[in-house]
Design a protein around this ligand. Structure first.
Ligand SMILES: [Fe+2]
Ligand SMILES: [Fe+2]
Length: 371
């Protein structure tokens, strides 16, 4: 079956072209690179994994309750729209929302794959090209995973959100080599990572939990790469050049904030998105959710040195300035450990199953021998 059969509305076939500017850069400098970057490249190579083997695709998923989250997580919960819906309609809404969310993850991962490849092409140094080549492979695997999850388990796909597409286009069409890092590694991945984290931590279902935990383990390296490259480079820029980058971040953060509202789903259900926006603004649950979504972007922007009054004011207006205090290193360490723990639990469970099977056979044999 073609993905086009699963899209909730027709999308441009087979895809879309985004014109690019700037140069593909060769380097003739094959000597040693920066130790930290090469260490990250080594880690990128060592930690490759195959989704076909590591993920337990036999686990069942209820497409009408993909994450098992409570009704309160729906923005219209407790409103007249929710009260008017039958149980079937609510289930349908849940399925659409999960499809929308995972579809944006999938399209974002494809964007990350294309951007990482773009960095291989445009970044001047060989150590960065090496690292970004491993990230390109990581993002290919992530795209594959979300696409399989959507097609096999949810059976419905949403087109890419317009704001996400806008930010990707802007990121890819800029000729300055640092802009793909800023747009992708800091903004788009920062938001995606926080959204993965919220879903991973609230879901009661084993398959989405595995997928998100393992994908996040890779993403910790991607964020480290973006921070390393930009922190060094931004120290050398003039205040006018830094101001241009800050402008890009501010605009990008507003685009990202609007992306997370899921307008397309409300429109499908005949609900006015403006009204939903008001519900969300008033809901303490959603205020908290939104600030969590900025928990990775804000400390990263601060860390790379884009921390002017203007940026701080923007985050203050968005209600997420406090997130600058979150400890990015600790969050990343936690992401990596959690994936390892999940592996350990699963292998321990498999080992116990295997042992039980052996014990049963041995007991049966002993019984047969005794009779
Ligand atoms: Fe990814
Ligand atoms: Fe990534």
């Amino acid at each position: 079956m073609s993905t086009h059969d699963l899209y909730i509305r027709p999308v441009e076939a087979p895809g879309q072209d985004v014109p690019m500017t700037g140069a593909a850069r060769f380097t003739w400098e094959y000597d040693d690179g920066r130790a930290r970057l090469l260490a990250l490249y080594q880690k990128g190579k060592d930690k490759q994994w195959d989704a076909a083997e590591r993920i337990d695709w036999d686990l069942e998923v209820d497409p009408y309750n993909v994450l098992g989250t409570p009704d309160e997580a729906m923005a219209i919960h407790g409103t007249k729209y929710w009260d008017m819906m039958s149980a079937d309609e609510r289930s349908d809404l849940r399925r659409h929302f999960a499809s929308w969310q995972f579809s944006q993850f999938m399209h974002g991962e494809q964007g990350a794959m294309i951007t990482a490849a773009r960095i291989v092409e445009s970044v001047p140094d060989l150590d960065s090209k090496f690292y970004s080549a491993t990230q390109t492979m990581d993002e290919a695997r992530h795209t594959e995973i979300f696409s399989r999850f959507l097609q096999e388990k949810i059976g419905m796909v949403y087109p890419i959100n317009g704001k996400l597409q806008d930010l990707l286009n802007e990121t890819l069409s800029d000729s300055r080599w640092d802009m793909p890092y800023l747009g992708m590694q800091v903004l788009i991945e920062g938001l995606a990572l926080a959204a993965f984290g919220v879903c991973r931590d609230v879901t009661t279902k084993p398959l989405p939990r595995q997928i998100l935990a393992y994908v996040m383990q890779d993403e910790a390296r991607h964020v480290a790469f973006g921070r390393m490259a930009l922190r060094d480079y931004y120290k050398q820029l003039s205040s006018a050049e830094l101001a241009e980058r800050e402008e890009f971040v501010i605009e990008g953060c507003y685009l990202m904030r609007d992306r997370i509202r899921g307008f397309e789903v409300w429109e499908n259900f005949g609900i006015d998105p403006k009204e939903v926006r008001e519900f969300v603004e008033q809901s303490a649950f959603h205020q908290m959710y939104r600030s969590l979504l900025f928990s990775r972007i804000v400390p990263c922007v601060k860390d790379i040195g884009l921390w002017s009054d203007r940026i701080r004011q923007t985050y203050d207006d968005m209600g997420v300035l406090d997130m600058s205090k979150s400890d990015l290193e600790a969050l990343m360490r936690h992401d990596e450990e959690l994936a390892d723990q999940l592996d350990a639990q699963r292998f321990a469970a498999e080992e116990a199953d295997r042992k039980a099977e052996v014990d049963t056979v041995v007991a049966a044999e002993a019984e047969a021998a005794a009779s």
